[in-house]
Design a protein around this ligand. Structure first.
Ligand code: IMO
Ligand code: MG
Length: 427
């Protein structure tokens, strides 16, 4: 089995966790490489549902090693909650979780700043998850950050926190007329959190180098999606990290030559949560039908997701910037009852063809989808276990998506459970 990156290829919530959980069967190590507790990764095993925000989705398989990479912004409180929850449900985490000592720590100032900025922005708010992601990444890049390894000694932690407290409290007062956060209790609390996490904290890069030498199979698990990428997405309505496959290398400390396969997870339709342009959005009863059948409510914030038809220009962009080798198409079953299904094949702006998904937000907002209509299959697909089990119209729909994306289909998902999966062309 090759080392593979699994990335979202739309606006997040594509069902990455289900695909990671399934493919973990064939892997040894799963690494989250970016994002933070803004992710909401739902894994359903038997009849139990788990939502992970930080812990890699491979954790449900005994004996697999799960790593939080240096590219993640790490909220220690959230991680401890998830670890405790796993232990209480009888899932062993001992010697199975590693946390990169050079990942950055999300602090109370980051969470407060995220919420204050959004509240102040009013109508132009990004619609963030409020998990402190943007402020934490900005402190990292500004060289004000606290890293996970700093949580293990007061000598390291104190000056770092005092630095952040100094300028963030000033910002709170001047920009938001908000209360300062006292650094002393934070230092005490985060040292205690560091003690609880001490067994898991290490330098993950040498561990991964040794694993590569030993021919262990690695899955690099992405969060969010390509069109939320800070460089390639609908900026500024994006998250604050690089969500694309290339970042798997940077966010875990392995070279790009370690990666052999890139799987782009796409829903059989499109959703977006948060603000920003969305060309195929359906603000009508069809959008509502997709939302209710697909259970399209955010796993992190509970917000209703905006829904629309499959958008091929979005997935073509994802294919290009990620170098996708395969598509994993999820939630096909959500379309089971539709009589007709539309696909956006291209965009037009004022009658002119648009060749590529635009970088300019204003241009994206002007894009009018060009639709093609296909007949639905109007029967349940959830019992299908092979390509040949699928109704002919579903096969035709999938083939068309693959053609329009220019990427072959590796896998199809027809339900949240592990066995509701069809492997097409992945080895
Ligand atoms: P998973 O991994 C969908 C969106 C937010 C907002 C924007 C910025 O479950 O697919 P942030 O809190 O990151 O600063 O918010 O990004 N967003 C997601 N949307 N799925 C996610 O993660 C997301 N993580 C962030 O809604 O529009
Ligand atoms: Mg999500």
């Amino acid at each position: 089995m090759p080392n593979r990156v699994i990335v979202g290829s739309q606006w997040g919530d594509e069902g990455k966790a289900k695909i990671v959980d399934f493919l973990t069967l064939y892997a040894d190590i799963i690494v989250r490489f970016q994002g933070g507790a803004n992710a909401g990764h739902t894994v359903k095993v038997d009849d139990k549902e788990f939502i992970f925000h930080l812990i890699p989705s491979g954790i449900m398989h005994a004996n697999k090693i799960c790593i939080i990479g240096n590219g993640v912004v790490f909220d220690p409180k959230q991680a401890i909650l998830e670890i405790k929850d796993l232990i209480s449900k009888g899932i062993s985490v001992e010697n199975r979780i590693l946390i990169a000592e050079n990942a950055h720590v999300v602090l109370p100032w980051h969470i407060a700043c995220d919420k204050l900025k959004e509240a102040k922005a009013g109508k132009s708010a990004i619609g963030t998850t409020g998990r402190g992601i943007g402020p934490c990444y900005s402190d990292k890049v500004n060289r004000h950050g606290v890293r996970v390894g700093d949580l293990l000694s007061e000598q390291d932690l104190r000056p770092r926190i005092e630095d952040i407290a100094g300028f963030r409290n000033e910002e709170f007062k001047k920009m938001f007329e908000a209360e300062a956060i006292d650094s002393e209790p934070v230092i005490k609390e985060y040292l205690e959190l560091g003690e609880q996490l001490r067994p898991y904290i290490c330098d993950i890069s040498p561990y991964l180098q040794e694993s590569l030498k030993a021919k262990k199979q690695i899955i690099f698990e992405g969060a969010q999606g390509t069109i939320l990428d800070v460089d390639h997405g609908t900026y500024p309505f994006v998250t604050s990290s690089n969500t694309v496959a290339g970042y798997a290398s940077c966010g875990s400390g392995v070279g790009p030559t370690a990666i052999e396969q890139v799987i782009g997870v796409v829903k059989a339709y499109t959703t977006r949560v948060g603000n920003g342009p969305f060309p195929t959005e359906l603000q009508n009863e069809i959008g509502e039908k997709l939302r209710s059948i697909g259970g399209e409510y955010g796993a992190t914030t509970g917000r209703p997701r905006r829904c629309g038809w499959f958008d091929a220009p979005v997935v073509r962009k994802a294919a290009a910037v990620n170098g996708l080798t395969h598509l994993a198409i999820t939630k096909l079953d959500v379309l089971d009852t539709f009589k007709e299904i539309k696909i956006c094949t291209d965009y037009k702006i004022e009658g002119r063809e648009v060749l590529h998904f635009p970088n300019s937000l204003a241009q994206v907002a002007l894009c009018e989808p060009v639709y093609e209509t296909m007949p639905g299959w109007e029967c349940s697909t959830s019992k299908c276990r092979s390509w040949n089990d699928l109704p002919e119209n579903a096969q035709k729909y999938l083939i068309r998506l693959s053609e329009l994306a220019g990427v072959k289909i590796g896998m199809i998902s027809i339900g949240a459970k592990r066995d509701e999966s069809i492997l097409v062309d992945i080895q």
